[in-house]
Ligand binder design. Structure first.
Ligand SMILES: Cc1cc2nc3c(=O)[nH]c(=O)nc-3n(C[C@H](O)[C@H](O)[C@H](O)COP(=O)(O)OP(=O)(O)OC[C@H]3O[C@@H](n4cnc5c(N)ncnc54)[C@H](O)[C@@H]3O)c2cc1C
Length: 288
């Protein structure tokens, strides 16, 4: 294996400097559950591994001015054990499905989204909940998570930038969210399709807001805006949910591969959208 450098910066500023110094081949190392497997399997070696382990600014889960801050180094286990994160149901349901207990105790939320797999299980929940990605580049910039991904394995991050965390607006009263995925095996498998839905009701019980996010059916996780439009401002009847789920299946852009044909994936989008909308609706009604 080619030699590579290993750096452990002490501050965000130093991390940006180190990443800029080593250039586009350098890689941030968080839990390593994606990165180390990729290095082993591909034989490709980064110029430098930049460990985040001394960057305490990237740790923590807390409410701050009506938004939940989740530091990029937060592990799935920490997220799942956090009472602060409990209102963000769709995100927790995604985090709880990742790998095994051993994987969840080292896999970070930052790594899950920066790896940018179309099947990443926290991405649809974050998008459905309206999350933003906070990026350090010497200063700071903020990007909606739905715009963070640019292709399989690709994000808006530029050389010298790293994700410091995500911010999720506090889910208002009368809202609920849910995430479901389909995998051929019950555990230790990646999503063939994953869907997160968010529903917010007004006082009359109509859908004041709806967001539907689809994973593993396009080069990046995507929204289904026309499906959302069917429900927005309307009563969430079974018929309306059925119509929205059918529309979401049309908005998916799946490929066929060994894990499922495009038609099969579209059908799964329909089934999972219908189910997650019903779950999110029931939670929103229980929150009234
Ligand atoms: C057995 C197994 C099962 C798995 N099952 C699932 C599953 O069911 N669902 C799922 O979604 N994933 C799954 N994964 C993938 C993986 O565990 C997750 O994506 C995990 O969240 C990655 O986090 P990490 O901290 O280990 O990332 P790392 O491997 O450290 O990093 C991943 C990528 O993100 C970059 N990165 C990490 N943090 C930052 C940051 N703060 N800023 C900029 N770039 C950063 C790294 O440079 C690298 O390119 C599985 C992996 C294994 C090995």
């Amino acid at each position: 294996m080619r030699k590579f450098a290993y750096e452990v910066p002490q501050s965000l500023q130093e991390a940006s400097q180190v990443l800029r110094h080593w250039g586009p081949d350098a890689r941030v190392l968080a839990g390593g559950t994606d990165l180390l497997v990729q290095i082993k399997e591909s034989g490709w070696v980064p110029s430098c591994l930049v460990s985040l382990r001394r960057l305490d600014a990237l740790k923590g889960i807390r409410w701050d001015e009506g938004r939940l801050w989740i530091g990029a180094r937060t592990t799935m286990k920490e997220l799942l054990g956090s009472s602060e994160a409990r209102p963000c149901t769709a995100l927790l349901e995604g985090a709880g499905l990742i790998g095994s207990p051993q994987i969840r105790s080292v896999a970070t939320i930052g790594g899950n989204i920066c790896n940018a797999a179309p099947s990443a299980d926290t991405a649809p929940g974050l998008i459905a909940l309206g999350a933003e990605a906070v990026i350090a580049d010497g200063g700071q910039r903020v990007v909606p998570v739905e715009d963070f991904f640019t292709g399989p394995g690709q994000t808006v991050l530029q050389t010298g930038e790293l994700l410091t965390g995500v911010r999720i607006p506090r889910p208002p009263a009368r809202s609920g969210s849910a995430y479901l995925r389909h995998t051929p095996r019950a555990w230790m498998d990646i999503a063939v399709v994953g869907v997160a839905s968010y529903v917010q009701l007004d006082e009359a019980g109509r859908c004041a807001d709806v967001r539907i996010a689809l994973g593993a059916v396009a080069p990046t996780p995507i929204r289904a805006p026309q499906a959302e439009a069917i429900l927005r401002g309307e009563s969430p009847t079974s018929e309306a949910i059925e119509a929205a789920a059918r529309q979401a299946a049309q908005e998916a852009r799946p490929i066929s591969d060994v894990r499922g044909s495009a038609d099969y994936r579209r059908h799964l989008v329909y089934v999972l959208t219908r189910r997650t909308l019903h779950m999110a609706l029931a939670r929103a009604q229980a929150d009234s």
